[in-house]
Design a protein around this ligand. Structure first.
Ligand code: ZN
Length: 264
């Protein structure tokens, strides 16, 4: 069986970031986040191969990609990296993927006490709703994994809020809580080594229960509602000539799509 491990950084163990900053190259925790992400990915990779996986692909997708030190990744993986992909997961459509793992993911934008919560872009969106329900990157990537790879999400690691949201929408997954959020930049953190042990155990468990995993789907046509932080962005989106868009209020647009790939 073949697997994709999609790697973000905000949900990696012991990462809390600093106020008013994203997890960018200048952030005091960026280097640790990248190194610990490699350790967490390597544990998941080892668990998958120990269970008999044929191939594991790692997608380095935080920010503009190119975060991880590829030399330190398990040498059995292939790596999807860089920007300008046609869709999320592009390049892996023909690989016959059986399951997708989301490592280092985080809670959606409209979560009160979650570490580094945002949806897609913390400086641009207040929230994204699909069919009248707010969603985060966990739900969006689960929909895109189903659409582009025909594969279910089988495992998620995140803070407690992110895992709670993941289980609500994807109740079949196995998961690891990497830390308990106290606020946007504070948490009660599990030791990184403990998280590594838990990832190994729970990814193995996910592999053993692969038959229970489901492709995440929602009703079509999909109604998209996006609330921007700046009304100029809502106005600019409203003037787009590629979609029929309605302005709900100065900050919020809505439009319908038939395929989740059309969301952006
Ligand atoms: Zn990220």
């Amino acid at each position: 069986m073949n697997f994709v491990i999609a790697v973000d950084l905000e949900g990696i163990s012991c990462v809390v970031g600093t106020p008013n900053e994203g997890l960018t190259k200048d952030n005091v925790q960026y280097k640790f986040a990248c190194e610990q992400a490699v350790r967490e990915v390597n544990q998941a990779t080892k668990a998958l191969y120990d269970c008999g996986a044929k191939k594991v692909y790692v997608w380095d997708n935080h920010g503009g990609s190119l975060n991880l030190d590829y030399m330190t990744l398990d040498k059995r993986v292939n790596i999807l990296a860089g920007v300008g992909l046609k869709h999320r997961f592009s390049g892996l459509e023909d690989k016959l993927i059986d399951g997708v793992l989301l490592i280092g993911y985080h809670a959606k934008a409209d979560t009160s006490h979650a570490i580094l919560a945002h949806t897609c872009n913390s400086t641009k969106y207040q929230y994204i709703k699909l069919n009248n329900k707010t969603v985060g990157e966990i739900e969006i990537d689960a929909l895109l994994a189903a659409a582009n790879l025909k594969a279910p999400v089988i495992f998620v690691s995140s803070d407690d809020q992110g895992v709670l949201q993941a289980i609500k929408e994807l109740p079949w997954i196995k998961s690891v809580i990497t830390k308990y959020s106290i606020g946007r930049n504070a948490g009660l953190l599990k030791h990184p080594s403990t998280v590594l042990d838990e990832i190994y155990k729970n990814v193995k468990d996910a592999y053993m229960h692969i038959g229970d995993m489901k492709k995440y789907k929602i009703k079509k046509p999909i109604q998209v509602e996006i609330r921007f932080l700046r009304l100029e962005d809502a106005q600019a989106a409203n003037n787009s000539k590629t979609k029929e868009i309605n302005l709900l209020d100065p900050y919020t647009i809505t439009y319908n799509i038939n395929k989740i790939m059309e969301i952006y």
